[in-house]
Write a protein that binds this ligand. Structure first.
Ligand SMILES: NC(=O)c1ccc[n+]([C@@H]2O[C@H](COP(=O)([O-])OP(=O)(O)OC[C@H]3O[C@@H](n4cnc5c(N)ncnc54)[C@H](OP(=O)(O)O)[C@@H]3O)[C@@H](O)[C@H]2O)c1
Length: 354
């Protein structure tokens, strides 16, 4: 059942941000048909001209009334604004795909990775379960693309993950700050001179690693790490899955990577995993170490798929595996995942009506 017109009036809330720009690029590439387009951002961007597919749009201020006459809204402007304005959008009949963490863990809100759990969009009668659909955290999306097929075929018991997250995960300004500091030159002690990081990170990022993303919760765990655990459990429908996650910001511009070790229920060889990943939607296997070919963020940048490689037996878990993945978190980790969800909403089919 189609719940949004095939060519909806589409609003992008946060159109000028790092994720917003990727939405516009995907729309330009024809990945999401639309009838009309509204570009929304803060007051400081009002009146800015943005060209999309040959038409010039003026950025409007995001406010309660922005959603009058809008069929579908893609939100990427932070949790606080989502909490305040998503209800205003749904009140006006608009369906929302939200990139923030505001609604992800609400029971009635589907948390969707289209390759993994598209059926959660619909109820038993094939009707849309909720007018708000949540896009998972960027690192969670990349991870569950690999965990879901392993869980389905071999069963999952425990997961250990370390992330290597790019500056752009903290938004457009953070990306500019890193670029500026990388260009600032180093002092006699080998430290980058630039101070642009001060507005974006807790510590210098150029020439450094920061083992903190988002704020600390209890028990020495950061909110980013907590999000990855609870969101992966929700998506995989494994509320008891044991996970240990360490999230680290690294001084690169774009694309997140993750080193993953899993303990499986049933025995699994690296070859079996390679074949399974090779036929799993959304993944591309790059695993020829003898040719020096493995996933890297530079290679993943601009791709819609997540690269997976370095697949080997775990040295700790038996049965178990270790592997490495890289994916463009502004695309599959954010804009592309949301556009895929939007395309399901504008399409004819639902799990319940098939
Ligand atoms: N970056 C990622 O890799 C990533 C991945 C997954 C999810 N997300 C989520 O996506 C959202 C946006 O992230 P981002 O990286 O694109 O951030 P960003 O680059 O900082 O962009 C933020 C956007 O929100 C707008 N905005 C900020 N304050 C506003 C206000 N008071 N009123 C109206 N609009 C306002 C900005 O407009 P102006 O330009 O006018 O300020 C801009 O368009 C966040 O919820 C983030 O958690 C990000």
């Amino acid at each position: 059942m189609r719940v949004v017109p095939a060519e909806p009036v589409l609003a992008i809330a946060g159109a000028t941000g790092a994720v917003g720009r990727e939405f516009l690029r995907l729309i330009e590439e024809g990945k999401l048909p639309y009838g009309d387009l509204k570009l929304l951002a803060s007051r400081k961007s009002v009146g800015r001209e943005i060209q999309v597919a040959g038409t010039t749009y003026l950025v409007e201020e995001l406010c309660e009334n922005s959603f009058d006459g809008v069929d579908l809204a893609l939100f990427s402007c932070g949790g606080e604004l989502s909490r305040r304005l998503v209800p205003e959008a749904t009140k006006r009949g608009c369906v929302v795909v939200d990139n923030s963490s505001a609604f992800r863990m609400e029971d009635h809100v589907p948390l969707v990775v289209p390759e993994v759990n598209p059926e959660t969009l619909w109820d038993e009668e094939g009707l849309l379960r909720s007018q708000v659909i949540a896009n998972p955290n960027c690192s969670t999306i990349l991870l569950v693309l690999a965990l879901a097929p392993l869980s389905e075929v071999f069963g999952l018991k425990r997961v250990v993950v370390s992330t290597y997250q790019a500056a752009s995960g903290a938004g457009a300004k953070a990306m500019e700050a890193l670029l500026s500091d990388l260009g600032s030159g180093v002092d006699a002690a080998g430290k980058f001179r630039g101070k642009a990081w001060e507005g974006a990170f807790a510590h210098p990022l150029a020439g450094n690693l920061i083992p903190q993303i988002d704020r600390f919760l209890g028990g020495g765990v950061t909110k980013e790490e907590w999000k990855m655990v609870v969101e992966a459990r929700k998506i995989l429908e494994q509320p008891e899955l044991r996970m240990d996650v360490s999230c680290v910001r690294v001084p690169i511009l774009r694309s997140h990577s993750e080193a993953v070790s899993v303990e499986t229920e049933q025995s699994v060889t690296p070859d079996q995993a390679r074949q399974l990943f090779g036929r799993s939607a959304g993944l591309l296997v790059v695993d020829q170490p003898e040719e020096l070919m493995y996933p890297m963020p530079l290679q993943a940048t601009g791709l819609l798929e997540v690269l997976v490689g370095r697949i080997r037996e775990s040295g700790v878990f038996s049965p178990g595996l270790s592997f490495f993945l890289s994916g463009d978190q502004l695309l599959k980790g954010a804009a592309w995942n949301a556009v895929q969800i939007a395309a399901l909403l504008c399409g004819e089919g639902s799990a319940g009506s098939q």
